[in-house]
Ligand binder design. Structure first.
Ligand code: SAM
Length: 353
């Protein structure tokens, strides 16, 4: 079992007591297991593991990445934020979202994609997230953008969507790089199926290991574990597993593609490489610099210092350290095409006869 949180105080900003510290302790314990993994434990404790991770990582994500916590493809010369927005537009476009539709964003982060998609497709969005701190940030940023009438947020677990919203309640549901946190794909996709109206559409960018990944190869296993550790993921699974789950819960697949497999001249993981010579725009030199060795040095020491001053919660520095493990594992697996953050599926719930 993970060490129990001894301090469960909910702070004004939504972050909970020792949850962040517990994240690092949890993984140290996990790593001390003989095989370096205790997947069963992580699956059983997924809520605490993931919430602890996001309590610590959200501020760092905002600093390093902005308000949309996902990857994207790049065209030559394309700015970092343009590329993130285009990835969101592409999803909305392929799902054929239409003005006025009621749409659920599963695992909505701090609402970056919801704000973009609401404006792009003129839809009503409900953002669902089990992390209170992120929901607080999402509400604040959405009010600031003047979109509170169009986007609302709900704290809840995506493994219990039907309990929260009732069956047949959305025209469309999307999930961007979030459902990998579920203890099983089938569980979360099954819940999405229930809350969709008959004939409704589901679009997902899923984190998966590709067909090139072979868990019997120790280096492959290690790279998957680096992704799990650095991103608060209970278990990385292959594309075949996601596809099977989507079909098994009853979706008719209308579009399926690993977007990371397109022959892009600028790879999706380039911002994590920290090579400023690869920055696509002048402004992005700064974005990329944050992941360079000098950028990491500044973050490492700066974070340690502000944690000591009590400006960020205890444990944030350590979560920051796991983010470095994540970045290395993501770049390594991206170069080898062992991993994709954008296995893209559009599925339809069959219409009632
Ligand atoms: C990588 S972030 C992506 C956020 C958002 N989709 C975006 O692209 O900006 C994953 C999100 O899933 C949320 N999440 C993880 N497990 C969850 C659960 N069981 N129920 C609801 N949300 C969850 C996290 O809190 C986080 O907001």
């Amino acid at each position: 079992m993970a060490p129990a949180a001894t301090d469960s105080t909910v702070h004004a900003d939504g972050r909970v007591g020792k949850r962040i510290e517990n994240y690092a302790a949890f993984w140290q314990k996990d790593l001390s297991k003989e095989a370096g993994q205790d997947t069963e434990n992580r699956l059983a404790n997924y809520t605490d593991v993931i919430n602890g991770y996001y309590d610590g990582a959200t501020g760092l994500y905002e600093y390093g990445w902005g308000a949309s916590f996902h990857f994207s493809r790049f065209y030559k010369g394309e700015g970092f934020y343009q590329s993130l927005a285009r990835h969101e537009h592409y999803l909305a476009f392929k799902m054929n979202l239409k003005p006025g539709m009621r749409v659920l964003d599963v695992g909505c982060g701090i609402g970056g994609p919801a704000r973009e998609i609401a404006q792009f497709a003129d839809v009503q969005i409900v953002g669902l997230n089990n992390n209170d701190f992120q929901v607080g940030r999402a509400r604040k940023l959405t009010a600031k953008a003047g979109l509170s009438d169009q986007i609302t947020y709900v704290v809840g677990d995506f493994m219990k969507l039907a309990e929260k919203f009732g069956e047949n309640s959305f025209d469309a549901v999307y999930a961007i790089e979030a459902t990998v946190h579920a203890p099983s794909f089938e569980g979360v996709y099954g819940e999405i199926m229930k809350v969709l109206k008959p004939g409704g559409v589901f679009g997902v960018y899923e984190w998966c290991m590709t067909d090139r990944w072979d868990p019997s190869i120790p280096a492959h296993k290690e790279v998957a574990h680096g992704i799990e550790l650095g991103n608060g993921i209970p278990e990385m699974r292959p594309i075949a597993n996601a596809r099977e789950a989507i079909i098994k819960v009853g979706f008719q697949i209308e579009h399926e593609e690993d977007l990371a497999d397109r022959p892009d001249p600028v790879p999706w993981y380039y911002p994590l490489e920290g090579d400023i010579t690869k920055a696509q725009t002048l402004w992005d030199i700064f974005t990329v610099w944050r992941m360079s060795s000098s950028g990491k040095f500044v973050t490492h020491h700066g974070l340690w210092f502000i944690e000591k001053l009590g400006i960020v919660p205890k444990g944030t520095w350590e979560v920051g350290e796991t983010l470095k493990v994540a970045a290395d594992a993501l770049v390594a697996s991206g170069r080898e095409k062992l991993f994709t953050p954008m296995y893209f599926v559009v599925g339809r719930k069959p219409a009632e006869n």
